[in-house]
Design a protein around this ligand. Structure first.
Ligand SMILES: Nc1ncnc2c1ncn2[C@@H]1O[C@H](COP(=O)(O)OP(=O)(O)OP(=O)(O)O)[C@@H](O)[C@H]1O
Length: 309
């Protein structure tokens, strides 16, 4: 449905997109996950022909995307980071305006506007102007304006940044519902939990490139970490740290400020083996936790950096 091939975008000397390749199928909730500055918004801008790019090719619905391809643009709903609504119009009038750009028939438009209002839960705010709304409600209005015309493809650029938990959940549920109703969704975020929660496939971006693509399960299988074990309030000699490093399936040990973190490859009884060692050596310790790999681990192993959460 969407094909991005070898996309290169420079801002002066800065290479914001470095031969980006992506293919997105109809029906997906596709996540673009990456730290700030990794090129997500630039990729969206190019995809929508809002930004010129230096090299590459973009196809949407099987057709080349160009700034004047209105037939394609009409079928896309866009929700960008900056809220773009009219201050002098009420909530209802704003949604009505944006829906009216695409839907001309009056009854149908009215129905769509009402459905959009119900969808984002703004029924009690219809007559309010945007300035009176909280940040979360304003984001919901922004979303309603972008989706009221029931587009085939919806592109959302970090719609939950600086949003309270209640609105955030409402937004995430809404995205899943829109997808169930038939829209394909492209969703950018730097929150890995959100990507895990709603995306059918995820591309992890860094420095303008997609460094890994797949379902969350596929991404986690790409890395060595099968389990990360953390033990708090533990005092160890250097020789003991070395002993732990030598335990079977352990491939990385970090010991800092009385906290021990041990990364193991996927195997049974990793935790038991490590705790047995503590017992043998009579080492006291505090809380123990074992975590399956997260998308942060994927990012960490591939790039050596943390994906800010
Ligand atoms: N108009 C611009 N002029 C110059 N540099 C830019 C411009 N827009 C973005 N950049 C730079 O391009 C790189 C990619 O930015 P981009 O906004 O696409 O990343 P992002 O992953 O969307 O991050 P964020 O979540 O912060 O928006 C960054 O280094 C950024 O500083």
């Amino acid at each position: 449905m969407i094909k991005i091939e070898n996309l290169v975008k420079r801002y002066g000397d800065l290479l914001a997109l470095d031969h980006l390749n992506l293919e997105i199928d109809e029906g997906e909730i596709f996540g673009l996950l990456g730290p700030n500055g990794s090129g997500k918004s630039t990729a969206i801008g190019c995809l929508l022909s809002l930004l010129k790019y230096d090299k590459g090719n973009i196809e949407i619905f099987g057709r080349k995307m160009t700034p004047d391809n209105y037939e394609v643009k009409r079928q896309i709903g866009v929700i960008l980071q900056n809220v773009a609504v009219f201050d002098e119009l009420t909530v209802y009038e704003n949604i009505d305006y944006f829906c009216g750009l695409y839907v001309k028939e009056r009854d149908k438009k009215k129905q769509y506007v009402q459905e959009a209002i119900a969808f984002v839960g703004l029924e009690n705010y219809e007559k309010m102007r945007p300035k009176k709304l909280s940040g979360g409600l304003l984001r919901r209005l922004n979303i309603a304006c972008g989706i009221a015309h029931k587009p085939r493809l919806i592109i959302m650029d970090e719609p939950t940044v600086a949003v309270d938990p209640q609105s955030r959940n409402k937004i995430l549920e809404g995205i899943q519902e829109l997808n169930k109703q038939g829209s394909t969704i492209i969703y950018t975020t730097h929150y890995m939990e959100e990507a895990e929660q709603i995306c059918s496939r995820i591309a992890i971006m860094d420095h303008g490139r997609s460094i890994a693509i797949g379902t969350k399960e596929e991404l986690k299988k790409m890395i060595k970490t099968g389990e990360a074990i953390t033990i708090e309030n533990i005092q160890l000699e250097q020789s003991q740290v070395s002993d732990i490093r030598a335990i079977r399936h352990v491939f990385q040990v970090e010991y800092k400020e009385d906290v021990l973190t041990v990364r193991c490859s996927e195997a049974r009884h990793n935790l038991v083996r490590i705790l047995n060692y503590m017992q043998e050596q009579e080492i006291p310790f505090g809380q123990v936790s074992s975590q399956l790999p997260t998308l942060n681990d994927v990012f960490l192993e591939i790039t050596g950096k943390q994906l800010r959460d």
